[in-house]
Design a protein around this ligand. Structure first.
Ligand code: ZN
Ligand code: ZN
Length: 392
């Protein structure tokens, strides 16, 4: 198929996929519980002749399509989950599930991959194995891992894996594609200080964890300001502090929770070492013990150079050279669980503009957000171009 008539063909089917997108939007599902969305994906993939594997790590779905004798394998991933937000935009297709909303556009990511799936199955030619991966719970950062722990890449090997996210504030159909670290690692650090409680009037008979807590809060500010270069992006935020029950009681324990974000795997390690040694050193100086529970929710998302170049070229063909940006700063301190997939398989995660202005430029995770339906044929064209070039 020539690149010229590809967007044309996708435009012809666009209305159907807009209806599908709005149907998913009206019926949002949270976290791992993407039962009905998965059922819709399964039904459509089966209709188009995909070999469909259900229940991969919960409600994850993999649609496999083999063509020709080629040995190459390619994975394309879409997320399906919504958010616990009450929708306020008054659209006819607004959420019918109280307190839940597709406020991150995962309804659109799913509909766009479905539009590409139909095009690839019914109207396109390629040579190799295509694995379409539909995952639950991106927002909770568990969906990718639960599919991988269920053998995703062992059962459906992929030479490369790709995903995109819509980006409000950029013109619709603009692609932002960059190699290297583009989304931050996310860690939750829970620190519990343990001393010896007692009467507030007799502090000498206690080991008070509260001064230690105060000192740790101050000292942790130096991780970003003194331990990493000013040009490296690092966030250490203390989001939760808890200690004590009454003014005349010195508590036994005190705790704090941090959110830590970095954009470079090596710096992530350095920051972890600094936090551990500051907490242990400060606690020891006050004679209290410190227990540190360090949980990696998502690693740094790192796009590999060769696979990023292939995405760049496919987007050039699908969207036109003027609409693909490679140099613009695409770095965010937000996290994305596709990073786990990129730790195992090379690939690229890229952005597609959702539009500008008050409506389509509305931020994700806002109660007035909506995925821009114009993006469906444009995103699908990027997927089809990539598959046809990668599985030649
Ligand atoms: Zn989100
Ligand atoms: Zn999202």
């Amino acid at each position: 198929m020539s690149p010229d008539n590809l967007p044309h063909r996708l435009q012809a089917s666009a209305e159907r996929f807009v209806t599908i997108r709005r149907d998913i939007h009206a019926h949002p599902e949270l976290g791992q519980a993407t039962l009905d969305t998965s059922a819709l994906v399964i039904r459509l993939l089966e209709e188009w002749g995909y070999q469909v594997h259900t229940g991969v790590g919960g409600h994850g779905v993999v649609g496999v399509l083999r063509r020709g004798q080629g040995g190459k394998t390619l994975g394309l991933r879409a997320d399906m989950d919504a958010l616990p937000i009450e929708e306020k935009n008054g659209l006819p297709w607004a959420s019918r599930h109280a307190g839940l909303m597709h406020a991150c556009g995962h309804d659109g990511h799913t509909a766009t991959l479905l539009a590409a799936a139909e095009q690839l199955a019914l109207h396109s030619d390629f040579n190799g194995t295509l694995n379409l991966i539909f995952q639950p719970d991106e927002e909770g950062l568990t969906g990718a891992r639960s599919m991988m722990e269920d053998g995703l890449f062992r059962r459906f090997p992929c030479d490369a894996v790709y995903a995109f996210h819509n980006m409000p504030g950029f013109p619709v159909g603009y692609a932002i594609i960059k190699s290297g670290g583009v989304m931050a690692s996310s860690e939750r650090v829970c620190i519990t200080l343990k001393g010896r409680g007692g009467h507030g009037a007799m502090p000498e008979r206690t080991l008070d964890p509260i001064p230690a807590l105060g000192s740790i809060i101050g000292a942790l500010q130096t991780v970003v300001s003194r331990n990493v270069s000013a040009s490296d992006a690092v966030v250490v935020s203390i989001g939760k502090v808890q200690a004590g029950t009454a003014t005349n009681i010195i508590p036994e324990t005190a705790m704090l929770e941090l959110s830590v974000r970095t954009l470079d795997p090596q710096i992530r390690q350095q920051v972890e070492q600094r936090i551990r040694s500051i907490v242990q050193g400060q606690a020891a100086s006050f004679g209290v013990s410190a227990d540190i529970d360090y949980q990696l929710l998502a690693p740094v998302l790192v796009n590999t150079p060769a696979e990023t170049r292939q995405m760049f070229e496919a987007a050039h063909r699908a969207l036109g050279a003027d609409n693909v940006m490679g140099q613009v700063s695409f770095k965010a301190m937000g996290s994305e669980d596709f990073a786990w997939m990129l730790q195992e398989v090379p690939g690229c995660y890229f952005g597609l503009g959702n539009g500008t202005g008050e409506f389509n430029g509305c931020s994700v995770h806002n109660d007035h957000y909506d995925f821009n339906d114009e993006l469906i044929p444009l995103g699908a064209a990027c997927w089809v171009e990539l598959v046809q070039a990668y599985l030649r």
